[in-house]
Design a protein around this ligand. Structure first.
Ligand code: SF4
Length: 371
C-alpha cells in the first residue's frame, strides 16, 4: 500500500475527535517523552496544550539549537509563470481571474537570476502556476539547467508530475520539490478546486509518493491553513510526513505553514482562523515531534512575527520575496499571487537574524559533501 492509500483510509472525523479529546495529562506526557510519535503531535496541537506554550517553546528552541545550531537558511522564490489551468478559489492566479498572464523567457529568467544573485541568495525556489501544456517539462528542464548553474540549492513548486518526470528533474539539478495538499478534507478540497487537473485529490495526495520513488533529495509538505479546520489538517500533514519518512527514508523533508492571505479576485471562504499564538503552538509541536525536519516560514508573515518565532524552531526563511513573474528585475504588484507582509530587503532580514544571535546561511553546504 502506498502512503497516499494509507492516508486515504484515515477518517477525518476520527482524527478530529482524537485530537480534540486530548487532555492535560496527554500533553504533559508528550512533553516529557524523549522521542515523540504522532499521538503526541495530536496532544501538542490540541486546545489542551495551549496553556503549555511557554514550555513547548523552550523545549522546541533547545531541540532546534541541538539539531541546527544557530543556522537559518535563506532562500528566495523565483516566479517563472502565472499561467494556470486550474480554478482555485483562494489564489490570485486562478484561471478565471482577469490578470495579465506571462511566462518568462530564458532571457527574462537570466535577468531575474542576476537581480537575485545581487541580493546575495544562493538558494532559490522556482514557482509556476499549474499549466501543463504551456509550462511543462520541456520548459522546466530548460529553466532548471539555466538557474542551477548559479545556485547551490534549487527547489521547485509546480504542478504534480510523474515519477519519471521527477527523476528527470532531479538529474537536471533539482534538489527539492514542494507540493502542498492544501487541505486533506476531501469535500472541502472539492469546494475550493472548481476546474482543472488539481480537482484530482488523489493524484495530488500521491505526489510525495512519486517524489520518494524518484529519489528526490528533499520533499516539502504543507496545508494551506484556514481552508479546513486547521488542527485536523495539520494532524493529517504530520501523519503524511511520518509515513513518508518511514517509507522513503533516504529523502529529507521540510514543512511550511502558509496561512491564507488576501489576493486579487479572492472568493475563498475560510473555514477556520489560525491566530498567531496557535501558529506558534503548531510550529513548536512540529519541532518537538520531528526534530530533524526543516521548518520553513515565508514572507506571508509579518516582520515582528517572523523575528520572534524564527529563533524558536524555524531553520528556513524566505526573504525579499516577489510573488509575480519578473518581480525582481521589474518590480510591480499587478500580477502577484498573494500579498506579502514582510517586505524587508534580504540584508535587513539577515541583519535581524544576526541581532538575535542566529547565523544566516545563504548557501547549501550539502553540495560540498557530495550529498
Ligand atoms: S493555487 Fe496553484 S493551481 Fe491553484 S490557481 Fe493558484 S497557481 Fe493555479
Amino acid at each position: 500500500m502506498t502512503v497516499a492509500e494509507e492516508l486515504s483510509r484515515t477518517d477525518w472525523d476520527d482524527v478530529r475527535l482524537a485530537l480534540f479529546s486530548k487532555t492535560t495529562t496527554d500533553v504533559m506526557s508528550a512533553l516529557q517523552r524523549p522521542a515523540r510519535h504522532w499521538q503526541d503531535f495530536l496532544a501538542l496541537i490540541s486546545p489542551a496544550a495551549e496553556a503549555f506554550l511557554p514550555d513547548m517553546a523552550a523545549k522546541a528552541k533547545a531541540l532546534t539549537r541541538q539539531r541546527f545550531g544557530h543556522t537559518v537558511s535563506l532562500f528566495v522564490p523565483l516566479y517563472l509563470s502565472n499561467l494556470c489551468a486550474n480554478e482555485c478559489t483562494y489564489c490570485g492566479f486562478t484561471m478565471s481571474n482577469k490578470i495579465k498572464r506571462t511566462k518568462l523567457t530564458m532571457a527574462e529568467i537570466s535577468e531575474e537570476v542576476y537581480a537575485i544573485k545581487k541580493m546575495g541568495f544562493d538558494s532559490v525556489l522556482l514557482v509556476t502556476g499549474e499549466h501543463e501544456t504551456k509550462a511543462g517539462m520541456d520548459y522546466f528542464l530548460q529553466a532548471v539547467e539555466l538557474v542551477k548553474a548559479h545556485f547551490s540549492h534549487l527547489a521547485m513548486e509546480v504542478q504534480p508530475l510523474s515519477t519519471d518526470e521527477y527523476r528527470a528533474l532531479a538529474a537536471a539539478g533539482t534538489d527539492s520539490v514542494l507540493v502542498y495538499q492544501e487541505t486533506y478534507h476531501r469535500a472541502h478540497y472539492a469546494e475550493y478546486h472548481l476546474r482543472g487537473r488539481k480537482q484530482d485529490f488523489d493524484w495530488r495526495l500521491a505526489t510525495p509518493d512519486r517524489l520518494g520513488e524518484a529519489g528526490m533529495n528533499k520533499i516539502g509538505l504543507g496545508a494551506l491553513l484556514g481552508l479546513s479546520e486547521w488542527r485536523t489538517d495539520s494532524a493529517f500533514t504530520a501523519l503524511h510526513l511520518s509515513l513518508l519518512q518511514q517509507r522513503y527514508w533516504k529523502s529529507r523533508y521540510s514543512v511550511a505553514f502558509p496561512r491564507i492571505k488576501p489576493c486579487a479576485g479572492d472568493q475563498a471562504t475560510q473555514k477556520s482562523q489560525v491566530s498567531d499564538k496557535q501558529l506558534i503552538q503548531l510550529i513548536c509541536a512540529y519541532r518537538l515531534c520531528f526534530p530533524e525536519v526543516e521548518l520553513s516560514l515565508s514572507t506571508r508573515e509579518s516582520p515582528a512575527f517572523r523575528d520572534n518565532v524564527v529563533p524558536l524552531a524555524i531553520n528556513q526563511l524566505s526573504a525579499a520575496s516577489q510573488t509575480q513573474p519578473g518581480g525582481y528585475s521589474a518590480p510591480t504588484t499587478a500580477l502577484e499571487q498573494f500579498s506579502t507582509e514582510d517586505t524587508r530587503s534580504a540584508n535587513e532580514v539577515a541583519n535581524s537574524l544576526t541581532a538575535r544571535g542566529l547565523d544566516p546561511v545563504w548557501t547549501d553546504w550539502l553540495n560540498a559533501f557530495g550529498r
